[in-house]
Design a protein around this ligand. Structure first.
Ligand code: PLP
Length: 311
């Protein structure tokens, strides 16, 4: 679903800048795994089935949207989800991890230093022995198959976007950048011979949720070119100024902003870690005059379950 996004700013500013803003409601897709995480998992779960894996092992924090999605969809794909969780587990699990366990998942706590070591950690070596027939998915589902899923997602988004006359820029949040890479790699096929028409593909405007997000340029371009070697990477821009102090930080100004957006769009909820920062950043960029003459489509990447870390 795509609808108008009402921003708290003065409507006259939108008129002056000749800007319209719509939102694609990825958060309303897939009941068990809304947003981008299902798209990143899809082809990974298919690969796990092909390999006849019994377990799918991945990584995440105690409020991870990725682990939540994995827990919810693993059973339907005939695999047991296993999570390597950043930090110690507390006797009272977070709602995210409780849900994971309720869906038959297994939790392995990981000391932060070990967690940082990723696939080189001692814990991973141990789990490789415990679960020899497992399929491994990196944190966030961000590998080439995750990008491929988002590339396919872009086709679905574009079908809806075309019904609204198309948009010149898609706006999206980033953690690892895999989602934006999939969207960037997508270029609509057009014309009677299905030849690609350069210039018809939307620009991709990325707002990272983490500090130092400008560093994602390299990763996003590499991922996108791997998915589609003819990707026009000039279409990518990253605005790194709106991380609000870094990952999972929710200063009062951002919290108030979320409430104001909700008041103007009663059907819309934003998540505190990713999508709220995109909407906030986008509004600021419009006010500053950095965006002009644009028909913008913001991609809601889900993450509403992440609120359990705040309320
Ligand atoms: C994980 C996540 C992202 C970031 O996706 P990447 O592919 O890592 O860039 C964005 N929004 C939400 C809601 C997420 O859960």
């Amino acid at each position: 679903m795509i609808h108008t996004l009402n921003l708290p700013l003065d409507k006259q500013i939108l008129n002056d800048r000749n800007i319209s803003v719509s939102i694609f409601r990825g958060d309303l897709e897939h009941q068990d795994a809304p947003g981008n995480k299902w798209h990143k998992l899809r082809f990974n779960l298919e690969a796990a089935s092909e390999q006849k894996a019994k377990y799918v092992i991945s990584f995440g924090g105690p409020f991870s949207n990725h682990l939540h999605a994995l827990g919810n969809v693993a059973k339907a794909h005939g695999v047991v989800p296993v999570a390597i969780v950043r930090g110690e587990l507390h006797p009272k699990l977070t709602q995210t991890l409780r849900d994971f366990v309720h869906s038959g998942g297994i939790l392995w706590p990981s000391r932060r230093i070990d967690y940082k070591a990723g696939m080189d950690s001692e814990l991973v070596a141990t789990l490789r022995r415990c679960y020899p027939d497992a399929y491994w998915v990196p944190e966030g589902g961000s590998n080439a198959l995750g990008v491929k899923g988002c590339f396919d997602w872009a086709q679905e988004i574009d079908n809806q976007a075309q019904a609204q006359g198309g948009f010149d820029t898609w706006v999206v949040s980033a953690g690892t950048g895999a989602t934006s890479a999939g969207l960037l790699a997508y270029e609509p096929e057009q014309g009677i011979l299905s030849k690609k028409v350069k210039g018809d593909a939307p620009n991709i405007l990325v707002f990272p949720a983490l500090k130092g997000g400008e560093g994602l340029y390299v990763d996003i371009k590499r991922f996108a070119l791997h998915q589609n070697p003819t990707t026009d990477t000039e279409r990518l821009s990253i605005v790194g100024d709106y991380h609000h102090g870094g990952y999972a930080k929710l200063p009062k100004a951002l919290k108030d902003y979320i409430n104001r957006v909700h008041a103007l769009n009663p059907s819309l909820e934003l998540d505190p870690v990713y999508t709220a920062k995109v909407v906030y950043g986008l509004e600021q960029e419009i006010v500053k005059g950095n965006l002009k003459n644009k028909k913008l489509l913001l991609i809601h990447t889900g993450g509403i379950q992440g609120w359990c870390g705040y309320r």
